[in-house]
Design a protein around this ligand. Sequence first.
Ligand code: 13P
Length: 251
Amino acid sequence: MARTRRPLIAGNWKMNGLAGDGVALARDVASGARQAGWTDRDLLVCPPATLVAAVVEAVKGSGVLVGGQNCHAKANGAHTGDIAAEMLKDAGATYVIVGHSERRADCGETDAVVRAKAEAAWRAGLLPIVCIGETLAEREAGKTLSVLEAQLKGSVPAGATASTLVVAYEPVWAIGTGKTPTTPEVAAAHAHIRKVLGGLLADADKVRLLYGGSVKGSNAAELLAAGDVDGALVGGASLKADEFLAIAKAA
Ligand code: 13P
């Protein structure tokens, strides 16, 4: 059966990148994408907020998309140090990651906060990538699927559709550790996510579900071949253009 969901390979640079190396990385990704000439997949880079505008400029004409890593729920106001979805949009972003486990842990973001951020993304005309994932303790307690279900129900706003939502499954214990779930474990988590989404929106079969957590060039083909996996959310390996492009090639 032909693939109906367009693969999305997204790089989350996290708190990495200064004007020099960040713009050079974006240029290298853009030139690799241009050379490859892909028309059947999306590449996205999510640099730190300070570099969004410069990266948008650096990838211009290459088809590479640019996103933010977080946004506030409000459009403006007295929220020192925060960034509005409207500001990311204004800088040229088209996507925004919301609810990454690092923000859930570091900044105490709850499902309700994540949901408000996803709604803010819509308000600004951005496509939110809603992140969910279990901790090691939750996995070992056999709670993975119920944790994912609760996070989805709490974080996905009412009215979501396949064209206004991307979901990223990132097991917390797989992030930055070099450990990954097995392919059947990834497939089982994604199948459950799609089933739960089926109760929340009408076109759940078309929603893109990304896997994230220690994805690299050498394991991308296997992870991306798992059932219901439509792309990857890549951390460390997205900081090297060659690695990121190798993952995109595997999609
Ligand atoms: P790593 O690819 O470094 O494990 O990070 C994954 C991640 O958190 C992407 O959002």
